[in-house]
Design a protein around this ligand. Sequence first.
Ligand code: FE2
Ligand code: FE2
Length: 407
Amino acid sequence: MEKKTILFVDDEPNILSGLKRMLRSMRKTMNFQFAENGPAALEVMASENVDVVISDMRMPGMDGAALLTTIQEQYPHAIRIMLTGQADDDSIMRTVGVVHQFLAKPADPDILKQVILRASALQDLMADERLKNLISSIDTLPSLPETYARLQQVLKDPDSGLGDVAKIIEQDLAMSAKVLQLVNSAFFGLYKHIESPFRAVNLLGLDTIKALVLGVGVFTEMKSPAGKAFNVNELWSHSMATAAFAKKIALTESDDKEMIDNAFISGLLHDVGKLLLFSRMPEKYEQTVIEAGETLCTLEKAEHRVFGACHGDIGGYLIGLWGLPGQVVESITFHHRLESYPDISFCPPVIVHAADYIYYKLNPTGGIGAPPQLNEPVLEQIGILDHVETWVDLCREIQQQGEEDDG
Ligand SMILES: [Fe+2]
Ligand SMILES: [Fe+2]
């Protein structure tokens, strides 16, 4: 595999030499470049293919925000990470659309190494440069119009509190993904797992959410959520149900809290790639959906034919760029091809795969093209194939309960 190139930009020579020392052990597998200011960084970008840029925010002349904005425009495939101090709240607000991940300064060596390793591994996941460029340039995904309107209303109402806001956000795929991205940034000093979008909203606090939504416009509204063949409302209910099913399956088999939480978030976000494709290329995606229906092949196969990757790969790449936990990224990426996932054990990718399968078993008319098949060999190998029947019953109960609650 080709060596990845990581570029560090900082105006303080001491910090750069500290980084050089810190990263010495990784030099065999990676190529590190260092630049003392924005223009020098752009020279490096012009002379070689840089995979990941990690820039300081405060620099004389061109600051980190201006540098990463230019890089986003000229070299969209590069993963953009910003190092920020506690006093940089404003600049964080200014750059949420440009930066994939924020890191607290001074960087903790272990976290920094982990972030670099994950970011460069991600670059290998997606072979197609055009898709890579498209996904890296995405700063936000569109929300359902009703949800978007309701959130605006609640935020402007002085009587509503953080709980009201959190309830709305956790019911929207795009908003959930965005708050999880922000909270997972080490900047918030929370480089640990976050159990849910609801909790993420609480950690950010009402003022930050207000500034992000009303000031920066971090959420956007989907203009036409229902196409002829593809309907985002259906994607929304499928995602909510898959999240609930995945959590139930995880709870039934394990008491590992982190895994249970990751199963829920993974279920919620597993099909985020569909939202991305539909919102960026509506006509082409509709055509793909129609083709899957007509030829009765799975949607993933049809997507592969048209885009060279399926919604799992595409969604996983985006959520990886946004710095969400590895288990979540892997669940999204591998939910339709468990056989390629290297870890054969009971884990969120397996759980989400099963939850997705169970959803279409319980809702046979809800799918596109051929329904997903259960990967029996993998489940057999883990020794849980005979548990599936119980899971189906449990999920059916959840679904019926939901229908009763709805009226
Ligand atoms: Fe899927
Ligand atoms: Fe799905």
